[in-house]
Design a protein around this ligand. Structure first.
Ligand SMILES: *Cc1c(COP(=O)(O)O)cnc(C)c1O
Length: 363
C-alpha cells in the first residue's frame, strides 16, 4: 500500500459538489478581488472565532508581518517567539527589522510559559505564540505576562483553526490573531490565503487599508501599504470549508484518538494534550530517538512522513546573521532531531490508518 503523509484531494472530494458550485458562481460573477465573498467570509470567520473583526489577506506570512508592522514594531525592538516554530513566524518579525528572541518549547511543543519572563528586556515589544501542530498554547499565564509587562500579544494560528483554551478560541487572546489558509491547513483554501482577527477596530481598519496599497478610497493612498488582498475565489471556497470545519476537525480528532490508543508507547513518544487546551490535530507528531531509521523503514513500506521541522529557524541559513550556535536552544534542537509527523488527513480510510499503525508498531 502507498500512503502519503497528507492528501488534499480527499478533503476536496468530501464536499466536491459544494466547492465546484461555488467556484463556478465566482467565476461567472465577473468580480474577482475584494468583493462579497471576501466580506462574507470575514464576517463568518470573525463569528466563528468569536473575534469582533476579521480582515482577509493573501497569506499567513502576510498576516504575521503586517500584524507586527501595524503594532509599530520595528528596528531596535524584540519579539519573543518559540524556537521550534515554522520559520514564517520568525520572518513575520524580522521582515520588520525587529529581532526574534527565542524561548524553548514545553512538552506540548508550544512556548514554555515558565521561560518567557527571563527573556523580557526593555526592548521587548511583543510575545508571539504559535499554537503548533493544532494545540492551543498555555494562554492564561502567557496573557497575564503580556498584561503585566505591557507587551502586545500576537498569535500565530496557522495550525490551530478551531482550537481553544478553556473554551476561548485561539486567535482571540491577544491583540491580533494571524491565520493561514494554505491548502494543507485545517481550514485550507485552494491556493494561498490568510487573515487576521482582532477585537480592536483601529487595528482592523488599519490592516484593511494597508492590504490594499494603503488606500481607503480608490487612488487615495493614506500610507505606503502592500498588495495583500484575499481574492473572491479563495474566499468563496473558504466559506464552503468553514461550514464544515468543525466536522473536519472532529474527523481528525477521531483518527488521532485511534493513533493514541494503538501506537506502541514503548517505542514512541506520543502527543499529549494540556489540561484546558484542545487540539485540532493539524499534525500527529511523534518522537523517536531513532527517527531517521524510522523514516527509512516506513518509506520502505510505502508510508510517507514529514518532519515539522528539520532545521529550527535559529540554525537556518537565513538566520545565520543572528549568530546563534548549535546548542543554544537544546530542547528545540532535540525536537528537530526527534519529531516526525505520520500520515493524517481528512478522508483517511480505516484500512490506510490500520496499515500505518501496523508498520509503526513493527519498527
Ligand atoms: C503555514 C504557516 C505559516 C505561513 O502561512 P502561509 O500561508 O504559508 O504564508 C505561518 N506560521 C505557521 C506556524 C504555519 O504553519
Amino acid at each position: 500500500m502507498k500512503i502519503m503523509p497528507n492528501r488534499m484531494d480527499r478533503g476536496f472530494e468530501l464536499y466536491q459538489d459544494e466547492f465546484e458550485k461555488k467556484a463556478l458562481k465566482v467565476l461567472r460573477s465577473g468580480w474577482y478581488v475584494l468583493g462579497k465573498e471576501v466580506s462574507s467570509f470575514e464576517e463568518e470567520f470573525a463569528a466563528y472565532t468569536g473575534a469582533k473583526y476579521c480582515v482577509g489577506l493573501a497569506s499567513g506570512l502576510d498576516a504575521l508581518w503586517i500584524a507586527v508592522k501595524i503594532l509599530g514594531i520595528g528596528p531596535g525592538d524584540e519579539v519573543i517567539v518559540q524556537g521550534n516554530t515554522y520559520i514564517a513566524s520568525v520572518m513575520g518579525i524580522t521582515i520588520n527589522g525587529a529581532a526574534p528572541v527565542f524561548v524553548e518549547p514545553d512538552e506540548f511543543y508550544n512556548i514554555d510559559a515558565s521561560r518567557i519572563e527571563e527573556k523580557i528586556t526593555p526592548r521587548t515589544k511583543a510575545i508571539m505564540v504559535v499554537h503548533l501542530y493544532g494545540q492551543s498554547s498555555n494562554m492564561v499565564p502567557i496573557a497575564a505576562l503580556a498584561e503585566k509587562h505591557g507587551l502586545f500579544l500576537i498569535e500565530d494560528c496557522a495550525q490551530s483553526h478551531g482550537a481553544d483554551f478553556h473554551g476561548k478560541m485561539t486567535g482571540t487572546f491577544g491583540d491580533i490573531g494571524c491565520f493561514s489558509f494554505y491548502p494543507s491547513k485545517n481550514l485550507g483554501a485552494f491556493g494561498d490565503a490568510g487573515a487576521i482577527v482582532t477585537d480592536n477596530k483601529q487595528i482592523a481598519d488599519d490592516i484593511r487599508v494597508f492590504r490594499n496599497y494603503g488606500s481607503e478610497k480608490r487612488y487615495y493612498n493614506r500610507v505606503v501599504g502592500a498588495n495583500s488582498r484575499l481574492d473572491e475565489l479563495q474566499a468563496g471556497l473558504l466559506r464552503v470549508r468553514l461550514r464544515h470545519l468543525d466536522e473536519l476537525n472532529r474527523e481528525k480528532e477521531r483518527l488521532c484518538r485511534k493513533y493514541l490508543e494503538h501506537l506502541d508507547r514503548n517505542r514512541f513518544i506520543l502527543p499529549q494534550i494540556r489540561d484546558g487546551a484542545t487540539s485540532v490535530w493539524h499534525q500527529f507528531v511523534i518522537r523517536s530517538s531513532r527517527r531517521d531509521e524510522l523514516i527509512e523503514y516506513l518509506n520502505a513500506h510505502g508510508i510517507g512522513t514529514i518532519i515539522h521541522y528539520p532545521i529550527p529557524p535559529h540554525l537556518s541559513e537565513a538566520y545565520r546573521y543572528l549568530g546563534m550556535k548549535e546548542g543554544s536552544l537544546p530542547v528545540t534542537e532535540r525536537y528537530a532531531r526527534e519529531v516526525l509527523s505520520i500520515p493524517l488527513y481528512n478522508g483517511m480510510t480505516e484500512e490506510e490508518q490500520d496499515y500505518v499503525i501496523e508498520h509503526m508498531n513493527r519498527f
